[in-house]
Design a protein around this ligand. Sequence first.
Ligand code: NAD
Length: 467
Amino acid sequence: MQLVFIGSGFVGTTTAAACASFGHDVLLYDINDARVASLSSRNRRTIDACLFENGLADLLIEHADHITFTTDYSIVERTLDTAEAIFICVPTPSREDGSTEMSYYESALKKLAGALVKRNSGKQKNRIVVINKSTVPVDTARFTQEQLDKAGVKNVGVVANPEFLVEGRAIEGNIHPSRIVVGATTSKDFAIMRRMYAHFQGNKDIPYIEVNPFEAAAGKLLANYLLFSRLMLCYDVMGRVSEQFNDVTFEAVRKIVCSDPRIGFWGFYDSIYAGGSCLEKDAKSLAHQLEVTKANTDLVRASIESNHRQLELFLARVKKSIAGGVKGNSIAVLGLAFKRDTNDIRNSAGPMVVEYLRSQGAAEVRVYDPGVDAASLAAYAKESSNKRTTVVPCKSAAEAMRGTQASVITTDWPEFAKLTSVFSKTVKAPYLIADGRRMIATDYTMLTKKGYTVLAVGSPLYRPTTK
Ligand SMILES: NC(=O)c1ccc[n+]([C@@H]2O[C@H](COP(=O)([O-])OP(=O)(O)OC[C@H]3O[C@@H](n4cnc5c(N)ncnc54)[C@H](O)[C@@H]3O)[C@@H](O)[C@H]2O)c1
């Protein structure tokens, strides 16, 4: 089948690459020239530097003959003559009040509607579905249909096919999804979607859920809210108990709590912030949509506040524990990506910590992230520096620590689990190690014995004992 993707970011590109591997021809249109040039380069390093997802570069290179990237809309217009499905995968960020910024979606839809009426020389003879992959308000399918009708588009169906991918495992998630949700209103559209997802039909391990588009959109928002609220329970309740009661370790409590199969282990890792471009944004959107209907949103709002509270509490502890305070000092920030296996630094703890240290007058902030390529790290450092604070890009954790008074660990990269030996070799006690991800939890006591001060999310402060 010929498929078109509007927006070639994390969702568009990984979904399109997986579809190409299932035998479809895919065209990806994006307004970002640099992104399109990188993703179509057929060069692994260039692709990874642009959009790092395990296995993505392999798929893009292997199926390059079935994948076209473009910034030229006339190619989209031509392709619509034979296309059977168009995926809209543009950003839907939060506005200040939590509502969803729909301007990217609206502008992409308007342009698309104008092109769809002209397909097959205006005859519009092929049935085509407009599929929403962006995470959007519950009633977006109605709005989409109205816009298409207004523009005179015929023979078109509106489908909600929410994306449940997990960044860092997006390719795996597309090839072996947890479920496929198709929200449509006509049997013709369900049939197109079944054909497109033929690869998954009859697979008992992957539920194929057919619902209406409103249920599909609501299900996506609620799934993300439940994941988000679970993280908040872990950070704000379980983490707090472990911080407030001496001799209660987070990991021991976690083992006890999560061994109950009704609870399970997912999400029970302590952290200073639930970052990324989706979970918090979708919680805000849910709260806003409920508010519009005059429903109570106390619980949803409390979860959002709780996320920010973790970071504030941790940063206040850092400020208090650093020898000589933050002002004028040099501090290392280890990790910019919002989690391991991605170079996505949107809404991420690392950059927020850098911003805080800058606001407190740090002289130097030395940053390192194993997933962010040197050029992007250098660009980030340049942008983030100001007259008072120099942000220095570093090639390793050891380089970042050199000459600093403290290190703050902000991302759960596997190599950070081995930081204890790097600290021992690189920085002399007294020194503050602030572990925002409990990456070296097993070594806190040992490091304290060596004279380091250890501050960890989910632990009371470990101060070295003087003999
Ligand atoms: N990233 C995730 O993990 C994830 C998971 C599930 C759902 N989602 C949802 O999917 C949507 C896209 O997310 P993403 O992470 O892929 O975003 P992204 O920012 O990585 O990519 C979006 C792309 O759309 C392009 N774009 C913007 N306006 C356009 C237009 N008018 N025409 C063509 N291209 C345009 C941008 O240049 C960008 O390349 C959002 O609604 C998001 O909430 C994201």
